[in-house]
Design a protein around this ligand. Structure first.
Ligand code: GH3
Ligand code: MG
Ligand code: MG
Ligand code: MG
Length: 323
């Protein structure tokens, strides 16, 4: 008990030290049923990190799903198999990236090799040397921070690559990729794909009359109305400028036509509020609709027929849907 009180006091001092270090400290989960060894590791790590000890592997797996930066597991625990525990960590999506240090006796070569094979990031040989523990833990946490940073950046870049920045809809590149896959599937005997091409009527007049910023506001408001009037499976995208495409999987021409009509009415039916509500603008759209016809269909031909629909809608007075 005295030992625990001492380490508790030490942790209190240390928590302050860790925060002064400006976040170089990490949360370390120590999975060990050997209490004395676990407390010794925890006390050493508390100088720099926030350690937590768990002797039950099931509880440890739950804890590992939370904010943890490093797992230290006793590979020769008595009441559970530390390597099986590591394999569990590796098989769970939310914990598979966690660095793992395995505490193992250096003489136990077979166990050591098994630990490395199972994918522990490093070995912590017994008897545990405090400085070695600190160095190995720090290295793993630093590496994790870096890979987390790279992963976040990659996610962000991937998101940017498929999103239209003005409206938040999918961009043209993403749309083309999805359309290619869906049309291919349709031509191989799969479900039909439909496509809407939407062009805002006299958009140039909005820009000329109210300014480019108001034009942008209209595009954003249109994107909101568009997204709220298609189904969850549909892909509303900004095709470029004031043109939009909706790719509709598993959809027949008649159904696409009906949805296009609903969008048209929802746009023309109530004016757009722009300039913080000061100005009300009536906006209309012309829509061309197409759907896959047969085995020779290509994404380009599908888009071309939708474009011909738009042309016809414009020629016959705008604010129309032509299939
Ligand atoms: P129509 O009814 O025949 O489609 O006429 P329109 O004026 O809509 O068509 P046009 O293609 O002549 O003009 C489209 C305009 O959209 C021209 C371009 O400056 C403007 N535009 C393109 N991208 C943007 C944008 O991101 N923001 C704004 N505000 N305007 C844009
Ligand atoms: Mg246009
Ligand atoms: Mg035009
Ligand atoms: Mg236009």
């Amino acid at each position: 008990l005295r030992e625990r009180e001492a380490s508790g006091r030490r942790m209190g001092v240390i928590a302050g030290a860790a925060s002064r270090l400006g976040g170089t400290g990490g949360r370390v989960l120590i999975v060990d049923d050997h209490e004395r060894q676990a407390q010794r590791i925890a006390a050493e790590l508390a100088i720099e990190h926030r350690p937590v000890v768990e002797s039950d592997p099931d509880k440890a797996l739950m804890t590992a799903r939370g904010p943890v930066d490093l797992v230290i597991v006793n590979a020769t625990a008595r009441s559970f198999d530390g390597l099986r525990f590591t394999a569990h960590l590796r098989s769970d999506e939310s914990t598979r990236h966690l660095p793992v240090l395995a505490v193992v006796d250096f003489d136990e070569r077979a166990r050591l090799v098994k630990a490395l094979e199972i994918g522990v990031n490093d070995i912590l040989p017994k008897p545990i040397d405090p400085q070695e523990l600190a160095a190995r833990a720090r290295t793993q946490i630093r590496r994790k921070r870096y890979t987390d940073y790279l992963r976040d950046n990659l996610d962000h870049s991937l998101e940017l690559a498929v999103t239209d920045q003005l409206t938040g809809l999918h961009n043209r590149r993403y749309m083309v990729g999805q359309l290619e896959a869906l049309v291919k599937r349709a031509t191989l005997g799969g479900d039909p794909v439909a496509c809407l091409l939407i062009d805002i009527d006299h958009f140039k007049k909005i820009n000329d009359g109210y300014g480019h910023d108001v034009g942008d506001e209209v595009l954003r408001e249109f994107a909101v109305r568009l997204a709220s009037n298609v189904r969850a499976i549909d892909l509303p995208c900004r095709y470029g400028g004031e043109e939009f495409v909706v790719v509709m999987p598993d959809t027949r021409l008649e159904d696409a036509h009906r949805i296009a009509e609903r969008i048209r009415l929802h746009v023309a039916g109530s004016p757009f509020r722009v300039k913080h509500g000061e100005e009300l603008l009536t906006v209309t759209i012309s829509v061309g609709v197409s759907a896959t016809l047969g085995p020779s269909e290509r994404p380009e031909t599908l888009l071309k027929r939708a474009d011909e629909g738009v042309y016809e809608a414009k020629a016959s007075g705008r604010n129309k849907v032509v299939a």
